[in-house]
Write a protein that binds this ligand. Structure first.
Ligand SMILES: C[S@@+](CC[C@H](N)C(=O)[O-])C[C@H]1O[C@@H](n2cnc3c(N)ncnc32)[C@H](O)[C@@H]1O
Length: 253
């Protein structure tokens, strides 16, 4: 029907603290008819809890429905890595396509709530583009920015992301381990804290774990002096919570 197109909102909800939700995100929550909560089977953790809390706390007078679905798991034992990843992306696109087609009527608004900002190390937009490209369901989507872990980190440490005229880099633990050059570098997705292996007396580190949550921990100082403390703290926190999420900035002095 002309003029009736499904709409999806990809809403960044910030990293834990409800105060990180923007006014725009609150408006988007209040215009959503169907929320899609797509999680690993039996997921608990902060995202699942925060989503429920935000919906209850901020949606006034707008009826909505929540659709839960199990995320497609990657076949980690596959022989051919490239083929397995391609297959995984395709199966995720199929899942999202099915949900949009079956759960969202033509003139209604759906939403996906994404931890932090949806444009930083998150696969949601890539999947939606893939769904579009498949051409089976027609929909439009918008993106509502959220406070990312990088922004929460710098705000909590009260440091600017860049010094005057400098560039900023955001990268992963894996790439740091491959000896990527470091000047003003944010590191995410680093399960092992590879910075502990860097022997460079000119670097400072600003580290944060569970940013925006009640469990937040911050440590900063010359890398050589504090990296052992961070490593020990990570081990203790991981044992206590069963998992860890942390981010850090490495800065050349
Ligand atoms: C898949 S990425 C998602 C990033 C998210 N979209 C954002 O805007 O921050 C997950 C990584 O983000 C970082 N991260 C996310 N939330 C965090 C938090 N509350 N505290 C510290 N690091 C966090 C960690 O480096 C983690 O490995």
């Amino acid at each position: 029907v002309v003029g009736q197109i499904r709409t999806l909102q990809v809403i960044g909800i910030g990293v834990g603290d409800p105060q990180y939700l923007t006014v725009g995100a609150i408006a988007a929550l209040n215009s959503t008819d169907v929320f899609f909560f797509i999680d690993k089977p039996n997921a608990t953790g902060d995202l699942a809890q925060l989503r429920d809390q935000l919906c209850r706390q901020f949606i006034v007078d707008h009826p909505y429905r929540i659709v839960h679905a199990d995320e497609v798991e990657r076949d980690r034992g596959a022989q051919q890595y490239g083929a397995a990843v391609a297959d995984w992306h395709e199966r995720r696109a199929e899942l999202y396509e099915r949900l949009i087609r079956d759960e969202l009527s033509a003139d209604s608004v759906g939403a996906l709530l994404v931890w932090g900002d949806p444009t930083l190390y998150d696969g949601t937009l890539r999947i939606l583009d893939r769904v579009s490209a498949r051409g089976v369901v027609e929909f439009e989507y918008s993106v509502i920015p959220g406070i990312s872990s990088v922004q929460a980190l710098t705000a909590r440490h009260q440091v600017a992301m860049n010094r005057i005229g400098e560039s900023v880099q955001i990268t992963t633990g894996r790439r740091i381990a491959q000896r990527e050059r470091i000047d003003n570098t944010f590191v995410m997705l680093d399960a092992e804290f590879v910075a502990a292996e860097i022997d460079d007396s000119d670097l400072d580190i600003y580290w944060g774990a569970y940013l925006g949550t009640a469990e937040e921990v911050l440590i900063a100082g010359p890398l050589g002096e504090v990296s052992e403390t961070i490593r020990r703290t990570r081990t203790e926190l991981r044992a206590k919570h069963g998992w860890i999420m942390d981010t850090y900035l490495l800065r050349r002095r």
